[in-house]
Design a protein around this ligand. Structure first.
Ligand code: PLP
Length: 401
């Protein structure tokens, strides 16, 4: 008997990502030297607990009068009252006019992105992504049958490299994925930067006679630090589709809950939403987890305690600069993306393992010469890791004080 499976899927399913490799290495290493002696900065798993109200609402729902419906199917796009409540929250917070018809509940940002890409893609399409970027984008884009077009990072400040974007847009460009606050560099694109991007894309839409969608991947929208404003993209660019997730803002990555917002101000919104509904069917993402649809509706205006991430950022960022590292200051999310202290970031991360510091090479994010440090860990872990970051810098002869 010959087993025939998709070679492409087999490869994807059996080759671990570098991040997962490092995480697995950390797991084994912890068994050897003890949990507290391994400083795992590899994963973006929120360490700040969900707000108390999230668990209370889940318990209330499970114990209360609705107990017999919380495990039932909802409508394909989600419960009407949930979508209406989220639409109301969006309208209030961003000064827009959003209604439930514009919202499709999904299983987190990954599902929002794969559904959106599937919905808009036709053979021959290209999707642009600026480095540094979340590595799964390449898999999602290629999975939808599109060509992945990476635009090199502007490493001096990690804002959008507008000239390079302008040069990369072609008649085949169907969309651009934008992620702000950004994983892996934590940068928030400024309003001016976004407006300049919108101008480029609008001009190209006119030139080519078709929409170029801006797919706003927003799992970190609410994780923005003091004084930093995260522009709400539909206010700046008409053909924006928002892919939202509660994985990070409410620390619910395991519950798989988020939504797609198709604003009615875009071109042909009913057609786009219809295709989103079709793509959700094809990919099996209809009827998002019902208990957590109801929970996020009740907690739509809340977030986990962002101040903890900001304190971690300040502690680690200031110390790294003092030790001689070079790093763009994040405006949000929970990642730092300093320059590697040697050209080969893989070699640098290997060297860091000597101190049981687990970092991820920037190459995986399309940005060699950098490393990602996820600081969604206990503040005490960072405090204990600081002397090790210092010794690491000393090994390369760059350490200041
Ligand atoms: N997009 C970005 C930029 C992310 O960092 C992540 C997860 O880390 C995702 C999407 C996927 O998020 P979710 O857990 O909501 O699927």
């Amino acid at each position: 008997m010959t087993t025939s499976v998709s070679e492409k899927m087999l490869k994807l399913g059996t080759h671990r990502s570098t991040i997962r490799e490092i995480f697995e290495y950390g797991r084994k290493r912890k068994m050897e030297v003890g949990q507290e002696n391994v400083f795992d900065f590899s994963l973006g798993n929120p360490n700040v607990p969900s707000p108390r109200e999230v668990n209370e609402e889940a318990i209330r729902l499970l114990r209360g009068a609705e107990a017999d419906t919380v495990h039932a199917y909802s409508s394909a796009p989600g419960f009407d009252d949930v979508r209406a409540r989220l639409a109301d929250s969006i309208s209030r917070r961003f000064g827009t006019s959003c209604s439930m018809e514009q919202i499709f509940m999904t299983c987190g940002a990954a599902a929002s992105l794969t559904v959106t890409l599937k919905a808009i893609s036709v053979p021959g399409d290209e999707v642009m992504v600026c480095a540094p970027y979340f590595p799964e984008y390449k898999i999602f884009v290629e999975g939808a049958g599109d060509r992945f077009v990476m635009i090199e990072a502007r490493t001096e400040d990690f804002q959008l490299p507008l000239d390079r974007i302008k040069a990369a847009v072609s008649e085949k460009t169907k969309a651009m994925i934008l992620n702000s606050p950004n994983n892996p560099c934590g940068v928030v694109y400024t309003k001016e930067n976004i407006m300049a991007l919108a101008e480029i894309l609008e001009r190209k839409e006119k030139e080519y006679g078709h929409p170029i969608y801006l797919i706003a991947d927003e799992p970190y929208r609410e994780i923005a630090y003091a004084g930093v404003e995260v522009p709400f993209l539909p206010l700046y660019y008409r053909n924006t589709i928002v892919c939202y997730s509660y994985s990070k803002s409410l620390s619910l990555p395991g519950e798989r809950i988020g939504y797609i917002l198709v604003p009615d101000t875009m071109d042909d919104p009913e057609k786009v939403m219809g295709a989103v509904a079709g793509a959700a069917r094809v990919l099996g993402y209809v009827c998002a987890p019902t208990l957590f649809q109801k929970v996020v509706a009740a907690c739509a205006d809340q977030t986990s305690d962002i101040a903890i991430y900001e304190a971690n950022k300040n502690l680690l960022y200031n110390a790294l600069l003092q030790y001689g590292y070079s790093c763009v200051e994040p405006g949000g999310a929970f990642y730092l993306f300093p320059r590697s202290l040697e050209e080969d970031a893989y070699a640098f991360c290997e060297h860091a393992k000597k101190y049981d510091l687990l970092l991820v090479p920037g190459d995986d994010f399309g940005c060699p010469g950098h490393v990602r440090i996820s600081y969604c860990v206990q503040t005490e872990t960072i405090e204990r890791a600081l002397p090790l970051f210092r010794r690491l810098a000393q090994d390369y002869g760059v350490c200041g004080r």
